[in-house]
Design a protein around this ligand. Structure first.
Ligand SMILES: [Mg+2]
Length: 294
């Protein structure tokens, strides 16, 4: 079974739907059922008895453009766990790049960040190198950076608050730093935060981390650990945008790539490129009248 939900442009929808169903039929992937969701009437759901996501997505993209979507091999239900990346997913910035600005080395650091997010560099090495460049920066610069630069993406508060109101636990996992993530997590209502710890001595960053690196494997392990506490059949939603989110996105029942780099976007079974992040709620058919903290 394959279920695909997509936030479809309503104009000329019937005609395009007819064409896409014919194309899917011709490709040996007939649609068993097609219809709009009960509460979110702009979300089209297609059900396939036997089909694989990648070839289906190729045909859908050709007819509908790359619209925001989610797919699963089971009937889609509201998740019991949200596990999300922070930088460029829950907040619009990369904290380390913003912080590097206060050290006067933004350009140098952000070039490494960009390559690491694309999966072109080993995450741990790239992190260690960038943290090393921050040696000597005053710890107070972090609080200043948080206040001046860091802000949630549009819809993040609504997404977390609304999912929590439906009995979903929220965990923030970051390859970034607790110095930022603890504040962001509290602001957005996350129940738990996992990240890296910057070492500080005499009020300045030492250029080192405390404890093990929080990386792709940590994100995946946190998902597994949290899922283990939920009981049989509980569905997990993961959100991320970078290469180090791929194992977590793939392990989740619903892995949604948010305005993501090409590799995680390809690896995930969902994506949001055009809407704000609260569109996740539409993909789970939660009526807008029941969204919280707008
Ligand atoms: Mg990120």
């Amino acid at each position: 079974m394959l279920i695909v939900r997509m936030i479809a442009d309503q104009s000329g929808l019937e005609t395009r739907l007819e064409a896409v169903m014919a194309a899917l039929d011709a490709a040996g992937m007939p649609v068993a059922m097609a219809g709009m969701l009960d509460f979110c009437g702009d979300v089209l759901q297609l059900s396939f008895p036997h089909a694989e996501l990648v070839p289906v997505r190729t045909i859908l993209d050709a007819h509908f453009g790359a619209c925001d979507m989610l797919a699963a091999d089971h009937p889609i239900e509201i998740p019991r766990l949200l596990i999300s990346d922070m930088d460029s997913t829950m907040i619009a910035q990369e904290c380390i790049d913003e912080l590097a600005d206060y050290a006067g080395i933004r350009h140098e650091v952000s070039a490494i960040t960009e390559r690491a997010m694309r999966g072109e560099l080993d995450f741990g090495q790239a992190l260690t190198e960038r943290v090393g460049l921050l040696e000597g920066l005053e710890e107070d610069a972090i609080a200043q950076c948080l206040a001046e630069r860091i802000a949630p993406v549009a819809g993040a508060r609504t997404l977390v608050a609304t999912l929590k109101s439906r009995g979903c636990r929220a965990v923030l996992v970051t390859g970034g730093f607790h110095h930022f993530a603890d504040a962001v997590g509290e602001q957005l209502g996350f129940d738990r935060v996992v990240g890296n710890r910057l070492a500080v001595a005499e009020g300045r960053l030492t250029g080192k981390l405390v404890g093990p690196i929080s990386d792709a494997a940590t994100k995946r392990a946190t998902l597994d650990e949290e899922r283990g506490q939920l009981g049989e059949g509980a569905r997990v939603l993961a959100l991320g945008d970078g290469a180090n989110d791929i194992p977590m996105l793939q392990a989740a029942d619903y892995g949604i790539a948010y305005r993501a780099k090409p590799k995680p976007r390809e690896a995930a079974n969902g994506r949001i490129d055009s809407s704000d992040i609260s569109a996740v709620l539409r993909l789970f058919d939660i009526p807008e009248s029941e969204w919280l903290a707008r």
